[in-house]
Write a protein that binds this ligand. Sequence first.
Ligand code: MN
Length: 431
Amino acid sequence: MSDTANNPNRKSWLPVSPDSDFPIQNIPFGVFLTRDDVITIGTRIGDTAIDLGALHQLGYFDGIPLTDDIFLQDTLNDFISDGKKTWRLVRNRIAEIFDANNETLKNHEEHCKIVLFSLDEIEMQLPVQIGDYTDFYSSKEHATNVGTMFRDPDNALLPNWLHIPVGYHGRSSSIVPSGIPIRRPKGQTMPADAKEPVFGPSKLVDFELEMAFITTDANHLGEPIPVEEAEDYIFGMVLFNDWSARDIQKWEYVPLGPFLAKNFASSISPWIVTLDALQPFKVEGPKQEPEPLPYLHFKGKKSYDINLEVAITPENGEPVTVTKSNFKYMYWNMSQQLAHHTINGCNVISGDMMGSGTISGPTPDSYGSMLELTWKGEKPIKMKDGSERKFINDGDTVTMRGYCKNDKVRIGFGEVSNKLLPPFNPKKNKK
Ligand code: MN
């Protein structure tokens, strides 16, 4: 089925500024609370949020096989379970309804009042109930930088890295949407000059610039997903900040990998941009050498050209952009990650989230974490107020943005922006 929603020449009757992340060619999916405190599934064109539950009740999706309550839910999981064919039918229909040449809804004032919201009337929620969350480690530059700093510059990549899309199972309960403040975690660390571990607030809270993809029900237990089919099971993508406590991580991660250094919080942008909307931005990935094993072989373009950036805003201060990277730098692509994840028969379900791993580019101004940008704190970054950052301070807000752009259309993700709060204090932070 053709993806008419991607027609780059289409214009909407809703206002869209030229630099908007959300032209009519995007049509992302999210979940929001409306001004009447009703939770609904929606989309967004320009700065207008659209209540898909209300549109469906008013008959605008007639002819598409959807259950009556598919959009009247507090997560997208069931809609994602409906599969790629249905996602496309719905995106194509939304494009038609809001096409500048279609006056049906445009001229129906009553319906518009029910269906359309300005952004300040809604509150974005987590878009899916995240079943399982897996985080990969798929940027060669990031893995090389971390290996150089913590182990051995001559053997920065561990022997398996060029053969396996390395990953670990994370925790989904602490994934929050943009806007929710994050608390500085406390934990065990082993200071450089100490003989015994100490307990206290992490001194090295960091961001990890990542993207995550969200899957549909893909396979039965025991049945792998072939690499060439993997994209059929990817619903879409979000920006992903995998908050990390480097000092806790350093002490705890041997031998089973990250634990409390990572699971205190991760945050995501609230609009899921569909993989369909990203098709015009497919590019070749880095050359893979040595050649991976056959189950990871793929044909054609499987990487995506998505510009990424991170800004730090001190409390009452001005933002400073600390890095600019790109999703296309990832060595292992999403298809390979999903094929690898399921090659042992592990089953993937609707609403599972797979983090890319920190996305570092080739140059020092494109690294995806403060650990790398400041090189363990040796090269602090200056804020506009003259203060310096080695890692993230209490009161700082970390904002990640991402967008794709060609000469016809810009498809963006909006932002994931969260403030770091001081550590929990049982006296002050009573319930
Ligand atoms: Mn991570």
